[in-house]
Design a protein around this ligand. Structure first.
Ligand SMILES: [Zn+2]
Length: 306
């Protein structure tokens, strides 16, 4: 791991409420993870400055040799060919978004739903979403990762959310998988995303769940504490507050991480084309496992409607 200098760090007030009353909760690899005394938001402070953070997301990071060794986006691309015909969690997420959009007027006239993935990495989710009929495009800061997306014929801008130019009401769906915890200013970004969505459009996100039992049991050893790049740690409560403050009218925060959902997929409980299985027995299993997941999951799946 890179050695950092004091000049590599910056200290900021709470992104949610603006107070500068951090209370130390954990230390990890020399970083402090603090909780805002006023609103309860948990964040890394001080944190690496923008320039240093930019350096983290190099080719090594996307190959699983960066600060987060649990991801290997290049391997995902290699595996995509084999997984193309398999029903994966990415398929289920696409089906869930579609089920939410079909309840609204959508684009109508058989037009394809426009979907933007922010922080799309090497584009594996977008490739799957395209199979579900979405008209896809990506936003990705790393030009190394974006080249993989372009090679699949999917348009992608190599820009930050602040610099990207999208008109108001452009998208039916916006997706941010494991991204919001990396954003320097999530409130500002969520307001921008809200503007880009059409009325009735869906924001789907995945991130860690700060209130999970694993964090309570293991403290600073919780795997999700990666303070080099994970700047914010949301609970269901703080996530809901963020989404409401940034203008979303329907907010559903669920503790459905990948692990148990992957088990449901593996045992064929998930049904292609449906957010929830229609078969009664499968539906009972589906809801039971999700009820358990609610109490144990380290992850969060979030759905918000403009
Ligand atoms: Zn605060």
């Amino acid at each position: 791991m890179t050695q950092f200098q004091p000049s590599d760090f910056e200290s900021l007030p709470c992104d949610f409420c603006g107070a500068d009353e951090p209370q130390l909760k954990y230390t990890k690899r020399g970083f402090s993870i603090v909780e805002c005394k006023k609103c309860g938001m948990v964040y890394t402070n001080p944190r690496l400055n923008g320039a240093k953070i930019g350096e983290l997301y190099d080719a090594d990071y996307f190959q699983g040799h960066g600060f987060d060794t649990s991801v290997n986006y290049v391997k995902e691309v290699d595996e995509y060919g084999a997984e193309k015909a398999t029903y994966t969690l990415n398929d289920w997420d696409s089906d869930t978004i579609l089920s939410m959009l079909s309840g609204s007027k959508g684009t109508g006239g058989g037009a394809r739903h426009a979907l933007l993935e922010i922080g799309c990495g090497t584009g594996v989710f977008l490739a799957k979403a395209r199979e579900h009929g979405f008209d896809c495009q990506g936003l990705e800061l790393s030009s190394y990762a974006a080249d993989f997306v372009r090679n699949m014929g999917i348009p992608v801008q190599t820009k930050s959310i602040e610099d990207a130019e999208h008109a108001e009401n452009s998208f039916d769906a916006i997706v941010m998988r494991e991204v919001i915890e990396h954003l320097p200013h999530p409130m500002e970004s969520l307001k921008t995303i809200h503007r880009w969505l059409k009325p009735g459009g869906v924001l789907f996100m995945a991130t860690g769940n700060y209130d999970c039992p694993e964090r309570k049991l293991r403290g600073s050893d919780w795997f999700y504490f990666m303070p080099e790049g994970h700047l914010y740690y949301f609970s269901n409560r703080t996530m809901s507050k963020y989404l409401k403050k940034s203008g979303f009218r329907v907010v559903r925060v669920t503790n459905q991480g990948d692990m148990l959902m992957e088990m449901l997929r593996k045992y064929g409980i998930l049904e292609k084309g449906h957010a929830a299985p229609r078969n009664l027995l499968k539906r009972v299993v589906f809801h039971s496992v999700r009820a358990v997941n609610h109490f144990v999951s380290s992850g969060m799946r979030i759905y918000a409607v403009k």
